[in-house]
Structure formats: C-alpha cells, structure tokens
Design a protein around this ligand. Sequence first.
Ligand SMILES: Nc1ncnc2c1ncn2[C@@H]1O[C@H](COP(=O)(O)OP(=O)(O)OP(=O)(O)O)[C@@H](O)[C@H]1O
Ligand SMILES: O=P(O)(O)OC[C@H]1O[C@H](OP(=O)(O)OP(=O)(O)O)[C@H](O)[C@@H]1O
Ligand SMILES: [Mg+2]
Length: 373
Amino acid sequence: MAAIMLTTMNIPLHTSVWVNSRRKSWCCYASLSQPDRKEIRLGLPSKGRMSADTLELLKNCQLSVKQVNPRQYVAEIPQLSNLEVWFQRPKDITRKLLSGDLDLGIVGLDTFSEHGQGSEDLIIVHEALEYGDCRLSLAIPQYGIFENVNSVDELAKMPQWTEEKPLRVATGFTYLGPKFMKENGLKHVTFSTADGALEAAPAMGIADAILDLVSSGTTLRENNLKEIKGGVVLESQAVFIASRKSMIQRKGVLETTHEMLERLEAHLRAIGQFTVTANMRGSSAEEVAERILSQPSLMGLQGPTVSPVFCKHDGKVTADYYAIVICVPQKALYKSIQQLRAIGGSGVLISPLTYIFDEETPRWRQLLSKLGL
Ligand SMILES: Nc1ncnc2c1ncn2[C@@H]1O[C@H](COP(=O)(O)OP(=O)(O)OP(=O)(O)O)[C@@H](O)[C@H]1O
Ligand SMILES: O=P(O)(O)OC[C@H]1O[C@H](OP(=O)(O)OP(=O)(O)O)[C@H](O)[C@@H]1O
Ligand SMILES: [Mg+2]
C-alpha cells in the first residue's frame, strides 16, 4: 500500500480536501485531471446491490480484488500492475470519471446515464456485464383517476395536467426524468426528489407518479402502483466505463482497459457454454464432419474439431474412430447429445467452459474507433 499512501500525501498544497464523515468518502477539488498521477484508478461500487456481484465478476475473470479490510476504500488487483481500486458509491464513480479522479469504473447503466449526462468524455467499454439488471420506469397509482390509464400517451392526454396544476413526479433521476417527459410529450410536469422509498410518495399525496428503478416489481405492487406502456426510460445492467481523456492521455490506461476487456469478454462469452467431446466411427475426418454439420445443434462456435483416433490392427495403424470437440450453449445441450447419438456418437463427455478468447475482442475494435485510434 506504500504507493497508495504516497499518492494521498502527494496532494498539492493548493488542493482543498474535505472529509464527509457521514459517507466516509473524501473528495478532492484539486487539479481535475491530475496530470501528475501515475497510478491508474478503477472505481468499484463500495456497497449496495452492485458491490458483491462486481467483486465476484472480477474474481471469475482472474482479477480478484485484494482488500485489506472491508472498511478500507482502497485496494488492488495483483494481476493489474500500477492499478488502484477505489471503492465508491456508483454515482460518485461516474462523477469522478468525469472530473478525472478515476480512469475506469463499473456502475449500472442507469447511474452512468443519469450522472454522466451524455458527456463525450465517458465511454462504455463493455455494455453488458450481465448483473444488476433493472429498469428505470414510470409508475402511477392503480387507483383513482389513474385506474384506466395504462400508457404514457394516455397519461399525457389526461386533462388534469395544466400549467397551474402539473403532473407531480417523484424521482431520484432528475436528469433522465425531465428528458424523458419532454421526449414523450408530457408538457406540464414538475419533479420532486428523495433519496429512497419513493413508492410512498403517491399515497402520501406528495406526487402523482414516480420514476424509479424496478427489478422484481414487488415494491410497486406492494404500494398499489403500476408500470405503464411506453414508460420504461431505460433497461439497465452493470457496465464497464472509462474516461476518454484518461485512455488517450494517461500512460497505461488503454493497455489496462484492453486487458480487463479481454478478460471480461472471455469470461462472459463462456457463461453457459459447454465443451462436448465424443467418439464417432467414420471413414474419414471430412465424412464425420459432414455428418456433424448436418445437425443444427452441433455447429459449435467455428464448426467441429475432428481428430483421428489411431489404433493398430494386424500391425497396421488405422483411424476407424474420430474424436470430436464442439462448443454448445447450455440450452441446446440435451438436444445436442440426442443429435450426436443419432449420428453415431458415443462416449459423450461434457465440461463447462471457463473462458473463450477470440482472436480479437469485438469491443476492442469499437473502442479504438470511438477513440479515433
Ligand atoms: N431493484 C433495484 N433497485 C435499485 N437498484 C438496482 C436494482 N436492481 C439493480 N440495481 C442496480 O443497483 C444500483 C444501485 O446500487 P446501490 O444500492 O449500491 O447504489 P445506490 O442505491 O444508487 O447508492 P445510494 O445508496 O448512494 O443511493 C442501481 O444503480 C442499479 O444499477
Ligand atoms: O422491483 P423491486 O425488486 O421491488 O426493486 C425496486 C426497489 O428497489 C430499490 O429500492 P432500494 O431497495 O434500493 O431502497 P431505497 O429506494 O430506499 O434506496 C428501488 O428504488 C425500488 O424501490
Ligand atoms: Mg439504494
């Protein structure tokens, strides 16, 4: 941790550092992009829903975060040299990427969209880390004047909303909320905000509608609220984000981004995929391959690997059997086994795949082109 302590103590004299004891995080109003900082900084969610799943994902990518104790906000990933992990609230991760105090981060797309506010300096490097699924959705009461209102259009057409008496919406999403209402033709709207338990606002008479995150829908139902057609502002899951400036200007950030992206993609691509090996009698590798390719569930990622199994008969080495290896998604597994058997496959072995490394990750190309490189 010596390097990290050095960074903290290296803050220039003109910097004002303030400690917010309630949130136990510190912010730095110094030179925003910190050009002299040598370490690469990755922001990860400090607590809440995203935290454990983020650490689990990185562990599965062989990027385990080493945290000395859970109350410490800084850690490291030994596989990634010169990288500091800073645990922060998701919204602060986005803000600190914008200010240049972090270079990389993992947050929900909802937080990214709300607090990133479309900034060109923030880039989504991987848009689907496959956890933290939820949607930002508009909800209204199931009762009273809303009983027969089931879509945003119907809500917009209600005669009740006027300049003097606008639709009152409670939300923590004060950037995305107004933007969505404007785009959907809701002219007379006012917003109020709160940090949590927004679902109580309509029953308390504070708001007519709420705009909040929904995953199971239980909280809405328990509070007699309903989602409406056209009311989903965005579908969210965890995303890997980076600062454009950092990737271009700060030494090592682009390389670290590449390594993380490769590992993330290799792991995520392998989820739910299995390698299937089997033996098959045949006259040649091509003939066996043709039989396999005649079955729709046996195509594999790039067609089957077919290798001869050599035996010695009467002093002569021949290949009567072929070993085949294919990659099959879990949902097609049983069908694949049936199809393999139908074409003469025997001794079928199945094992889960851990990583699939492609020649080049498709997202890496996209990233380079976004960066103009
Ligand atoms: N049902 C859900 N409700 C809220 N967030 C969800 C839900 N399902 C997934 N998420 C994801 O988890 C994130 C919330 O994580 P967390 O609770 O750590 O932060 P937070 O509540 O925004 O932080 P804070 O406590 O500072 O408000 C959301 O931004 C979203 O991406
Ligand atoms: O659709 P569901 O599965 O019911 O989840 C949605 C609820 O979860 C979140 O609240 P959280 O638990 O973070 O509490 P808070 O609103 O007080 O922050 C969100 O703000 C919703 O209220
Ligand atoms: Mg919360």
